[in-house]
Design a binder for this molecule. Structure first.
Ligand code: HEC
Length: 119
C-alpha cells in the first residue's frame, strides 16, 4: 500500500516535471515598448503590427514573432533572449545587419513585452 502511494507520488512528480511551462515574462510595459520601437528606429527595418510607420523591409517582419521558435534563426525565442538580442545583436558571434542601438535593459524589456504579444 505504501509503495503504491509512493509510486503514485513519483508519477505525479514526473508528470509535473514534463509539463512545459512557457518561459517567464519579464514584466515590461508593453504600451511604452510600442512607443520605444518607433523612437529607436526599429520601424525603419521591421514591419511591426500596431506600430505606426513600421514598414521597413531590411529585417524580418515581426508579426508573429512571439510564436517564432528561433530568433535570427539561432537563438531560442524567450523573453530573456529577445532582450539580449535587442540590446546587443552583434554579440552572438555571427554577422547580422541589425545594429546595436544602445537600448537599455528596461527599455528592451518594454519592447519585448510588446513584441511577445504578437502571436
Ligand atoms: C538596420 C536595420 C535594423 C534595425 C534598425 C533593427 N533591426 Fe532588428 N533585425 C534586423 C535584421 C537584418 C534582423 C535579422 C537578423 C539575422 O537573422 O541575422 C533583425 C532581427 C530582429 C529580431 C529577430 C526576429 C526574428 O524573427 O528572427 C528582433 C526581435 C528584432 N530584430 C527586433 C528589433 C528591435 C526591437 C529593434 C529596435 C531596437 C530593431 N530590431 C532594429 C535589422 C534591424
Amino acid at each position: 500500500m505504501r509503495v503504491t502511494a509512493l509510486l503514485a507520488l513519483a508519477w505525479l512528480a514526473l508528470l509535473a516535471g514534463c509539463s512545459e511551462a512557457p518561459p517567464p515574462a519579464l514584466g515590461g510595459d508593453a504600451e511604452n515598448g510600442r512607443l520605444l520601437l518607433r523612437q529607436f528606429g526599429c520601424i525603419g527595418c521591421h514591419r511591426i503590427p500596431g506600430v505606426a510607420g513600421a514598414t521597413g523591409n531590411v529585417g524580418p517582419p515581426l508579426d508573429g514573432v512571439g510564436r517564432r521558435v528561433y530568433l535570427a534563426g539561432v537563438l531560442p525565442n524567450s523573453p530573456a533572449n529577445m532582450v539580449r538580442w535587442i540590446r546587443d545583436p552583434q554579440s552572438f558571434g555571427f554577422d547580422t545587419a541589425m545594429p546595436d542601438l544602445q537600448v537599455t535593459e528596461s527599455q528592451a524589456r518594454d519592447m519585448v513585452a510588446y513584441l511577445q504579444e504578437l502571436k
